[in-house]
Design a protein around this ligand. Structure first.
Ligand SMILES: [Zn+2]
Length: 474
C-alpha cells in the first residue's frame, strides 16, 4: 500500500484568515486539578491496575486491566492476572477509571494566533508554537499533524522537539502547503502558489529538501468565492511528491474534485465531502488504495456555532482552556452578529449534515476513517475541539469505539507511528488519558479527564473550573 511506502511527513496550510473575530486561545499548560497524586517512581516501573483499558486497536475493552510502564514505554498491557507486575513496581490502583490512548489529531494548525482569534502575522514563533503544543497536550492530544500553514521555521521547531528542547504534543508537519495562484500576494501567507506544472514540480522539490512529513494542498473554491488550483497543477504536485516519496493530502469539498484527485493518486482527504452524497465509485476508489478521510466535522460546526451560541460554549471543559477574555469575545454581540450575517451560513449547516451522512456511509463501507479537527485556525480552539469532534462522529452514527480508534490507532498508522504510539500495547509510548467514566457508554466521557500521561509520566492537564459564566447567553 502506498501509505506504508512513504515516510510520514506533514503539511501545514496557510489559513483562510477569514477574519474570525477576536478571541483568545492558547492557554499555557494549565496545572490541573482533581487528578491522581503524582507518581514517585525513582526509576522503578509503574503499574496501573484495575482500570478498563481501551487500547486503540479496536479490540474489546479489557476490564480490570494492568498496564505496566518502564521509563517512557509500556512494557505490558492486559487483564489482571495475565500480566505480571514487577516486584519493585510502584502500583497505582485506578479501579473505576478508563484508560484510552492519547488522542492523535491528524489535522491541526499551529502558530496562526497567540490568542485564539486574531490571525495577524507575527505569531509564528517557536515559543508560540510550543505553547499551543502544550495546550493540545493538556487536553490529552499528544500528537498533532499540522496541515499546511506553517512557515519554514516549523522544521527547526520539529528538530528542536526531537532533540528534547521543547515538549508538548508530538509535532508532524507539511511545512508550507500548496494553494491556487490568485495573482495577489499576501506576505502573511507562506503557501506555495505555483502558476504552472513546472513551477509546481520545482516547489515540491524545494519543499522536499525540508523533509516534510507529508504535503498538503487545497482544491476548493470557497463555496464559489474563489478559484481552485487547476488539475494539471495538482497532478504535477502529486506526481512530483510521489517521486520524492512524500504523500499528498488535500483539502477538498466537492465529490467531483475528490474523484479527480483520487485518479491523480491522492493519498488522503483532509475534510469531508460536503456538496453531495458519496457514491460507490468514490468508495471503491478509496478502498482500492487505502485512501483515508478526515471528517473534521467540528470545523464545519464552528462556522455557525458562535452565531447559535451552541451549548458547548457553556461547557466548563471548553471554557477552562480559553485565554482570558476569549469567552467574552465569543459571546459578544459583534461576534455573534458577524457569524449570523455570513451569507453562507445556511450552506455551512447543510455541509455539516452532508458530512455526517457521508462519514457514516464511508465508515459502513469499510473506507479508512481518520480523525482531525482543523483546530488552531483562529476561532477553533486546540484541545477542546478534539473532544467535540469525537462527539460529532458519534452523532453521525459511528460507535464510540470507532471514533476512538480513528483518533488513536488509525491515525498513528497513517503517520507511520503504529509501532511507536497511538495504541496501548507493549513497546509503545506510555501516552494515554485516564478518564473518570467510560467513553463507550457516552463519548462525552472523554471530557472527564483524570490525568494525561506522556512518556510514562503524568503531565499538566487542563484544569476544569467548576464555575460557568453562562449569564450572557442570548
Ligand atoms: Zn486545515
Amino acid at each position: 500500500m502506498k501509505a506504508a511506502k512513504y515516510p510520514y511527513r506533514f503539511a501545514v496550510r496557510t489559513a483562510f484568515l477569514t477574519a474570525f473575530l477576536v478571541m483568545l486561545i492558547v492557554c499555557m499548560a494549565c496545572p490541573r486539578a482533581g487528578a491522581q497524586a503524582p507518581v514517585q517512581t525513582n526509576g522503578r516501573s509503574v503499574a496501573l491496575k484495575g482500570a478498563r483499558l481501551i487500547d486503540g486497536t479496536g479490540r474489546p475493552p479489557i476490564e480490570n486491566s494492568v498496564l505496566v510502564i518502564a521509563g517512557s514505554q509500556i512494557v505490558a498491557a492486559g487483564k489482571a492476572g495475565a500480566v505480571s507486575i514487577p516486584k519493585d513496581a510502584v502500583v497505582q490502583d485506578v479501579s473505576g477509571k478508563t484508560i484510552i490512548p492519547a488522542i492523535v489529531n491528524l489535522h491541526g494548525h499551529l502558530g496562526l494566533s497567540n490568542n485564539g482569534a486574531d490571525s495577524a502575522a507575527g505569531h509564528y514563533t517557536e515559543e508560540n508554537v510550543a505553547r499551543q503544543l502544550n495546550k493540545y497536550l493538556s487536553y490529552g492530544v499528544a500528537t498533532v499533524a499540522s496541515f499546511g500553514q506553517d512557515e519554514d521555521l516549523v522544521f527547526s521547531i520539529r528538530a528542536d522537539q526531537h532533540a528534547g528542547k521543547i515538549g508538548g504534543s508530538r509535532l508532524f508537519t507539511a511545512g508550507r502547503g500548496f494553494l491556487e495562484y490568485t495573482g495577489k500576494s499576501n506576505p502573511a501567507d507562506h503557501r506555495y502558489r505555483p502558476q504552472n506544472s513546472e513551477e509546481a514540480r520545482a516547489d515540491v522539490r524545494e519543499l522536499a529538501t525540508h523533509h516534510p512529513d507529508y504535503l498538503k494542498m487545497w482544491v476548493d473554491d470557497g463555496l464559489g468565492h474563489g478559484t481552485k488550483i487547476k488539475p494539471d497543477i495538482y497532478r504535477a504536485i502529486i506526481d512530483e511528491a510521489h517521486k520524492q516519496h512524500i504523500r499528498v493530502f488535500a483539502h477538498e469539498y466537492y465529490l467531483a474534485d475528490a474523484k479527480s484527485l483520487l485518479a491523480a493518486g491522492l493519498d488522503g482527504f483532509a475534510h469531508s465531502i460536503r456538496d453531495q452524497a458519496v457514491d460507490s465509485e468514490l468508495i471503491m476508489a478509496m478502498k482500492a488504495r487505502g485512501v483515508f478521510l478526515i471528517p473534521t466535522l467540528v470545523r464545519d460546526e464552528t462556522l455557525f456555532a458562535y452565531a447559535d451560541n451552541v451549548k458547548w460554549i457553556d461547557d466548563p471543559f471548553f471554557q477552562s482552556g480559553l485565554e482570558p477574555g476569549a469567552l467574552t469575545m465569543i459571546r459578544s454581540p459583534q461576534t455573534v452578529e458577524k457569524f449570523r450575517q455570513d451569507p453562507d451560513i445556511a450552506k455551512y449547516r447543510a455541509g455539516l449534515e452532508m458530512a455526517k451522512k457521508n462519514l457514516k456511509r464511508l465508515s459502513d463501507a469499510g473506507v479508512k476513517i481518520a480523525f482531525g479537527t482543523d483546530s488552531g485556525i483562529p476561532g477553533r480552539f486546540p484541545g477542546y475541539l478534539e473532544h467535540r469532534e469525537l462527539q460529532l462522529m458519534v452523532e453521525a452514527g459511528l460507535t464510540p469505539m470507532q471514533a476512538i480508534v480513528a483518533a488513536t490507532g488509525t491515525n498513528a498508522g497513517i503517520l507511520g507511528g503504529a509501532k511507536q504510539f497511538g495504541t496501548l500495547q507493549a513497546g509503545r509510548a506510555a501516552e494515554f488519558i485516564v478518564l473518570d467514566a467510560n467513553p463507550l457508554d457516552d463519548i462525552r466521557n472523554t471530557e472527564k479527564l483524570s490525568a494525561v500521561w506522556q512518556a510514562g509520566k503524568p503531565v499538566p492537564a487542563v484544569s476544569v473550573k467548576s464555575t460557568t459564566t453562562s449569564a450572557s447567553r442570548q
